[in-house]
Design a protein around this ligand. Structure first.
Ligand SMILES: Nc1ncnc2c1ncn2[C@@H]1O[C@H](COP(=O)(O)OP(=O)(O)O)[C@@H](O)[C@H]1O
Ligand SMILES: Nc1ccn([C@H]2C[C@H](O)[C@@H](COP(=O)(O)OP(=O)(O)O)O2)c(=O)n1
Length: 218
């Protein structure tokens, strides 16, 4: 992994579908560059968790009420983001099956998207930002944009390594979420699209770093 180049206030966006490797790749790229990474998906997950805990019907009004009652903060650490509600660390509760099932409903609520995007834009660059629409809606000015893909089967196999669930069920859930998230998940026209299927994690990270350094050197 190359030494951290002295980067200007650079924004690198890494978007992609569920389980394409966004978080792992973003963390590796951020650590190599010596900058934080922002996991936008965790904020959508936090909004979903707080809505569910409030017994809300996940309508926009109910979820925003839950969010504004208990201010939520993203802590963008290179080794992994944490999400806080006051002194409560929500992070460990954000990848439950209940949140997985509800997050696509919450993520299409305009008020929630505005809330997430406002939090992300408060962070001073340089950083890596990962999600679905970092290179399109949130940071269209970013000079280095990437979009990760892989087949549903490959992605399900990776998730199955993390969760004791049937790979066929995981694949079906990923395909469902791909469809539910489709509207906000298109790659930016100037994003480099990387099929991560044939590559290992280090290979994807290396390909991105090579491009980022080239962009930085103009
Ligand atoms: N190129 C790759 N090759 C093999 N495993 C990968 C690759 N990219 C990511 N992974 C693994 O796949 C799983 C899902 O990756 P993750 O970063 O959580 O995806 P996302 O953030 O897009 O949902 C993790 O266990 C991760 O270590
Ligand atoms: N910028 C983003 C990030 C996530 N989302 C939505 C789409 C996903 O279903 C959920 C959770 O995203 P997250 O990246 O945490 O999870 P997956 O990579 O999909 O496993 O939030 C979004 O609409 N826009």
């Amino acid at each position: 992994m190359p030494a951290s180049p002295s980067l200007p206030p650079l924004i690198v966006t890494i978007d992609g579908v569920a389980a394409s490797g966004k978080s792992s790749v973003s963390s590796g790229v951020a650590r190599a560059l010596g900058v934080p990474y922002l996991s936008s998906g965790l904020l959508y997950r936090a909004a979903t968790l707080l809505g569910l805990e409030a017994g809300a019907d996940l309508s926009e009004a109910a979820v925003l009420e839950a969010l504004h009652t208990h201010p939520v903060r993203l802590e963008p650490l290179a080794q992994g983001n944490r999400v806080w509600q006051g002194e409560r660390d929500l992070t460990a509760d954000l990848h439950s099956t209940a949140v997985d099932h509800g997050v696509s409903v919450v993520a299409v609520l305009p008020g929630v998207r505005e809330w997430v995007n406002a939090q992300l834009r408060e962070v001073a660059p340089p950083f890596v930002a990962e999600g679905r629409d970092m290179g399109t809606a949130v940071f269209p000015q970013a000079p280095a944009k990437f979009y990760l893909t892989a087949s549903p089967r490959v992605r399900a196999g990776r998730r199955a390594q993390e969760r004791p669930e049937d790979v066929d069920a995981i694949e079906a859930a990923l395909i469902r979420r791909d469809e539910l998230d489709r509207v906000q998940s298109a790659p930016a026209p100037d994003a480099v699209v990387i099929d991560t299927g044939p590559l290992d994690l280090a290979g994807v990270i290396g390909a991105i770093l090579e491009r980022v350094v080239a962009v930085d050197q103009g």
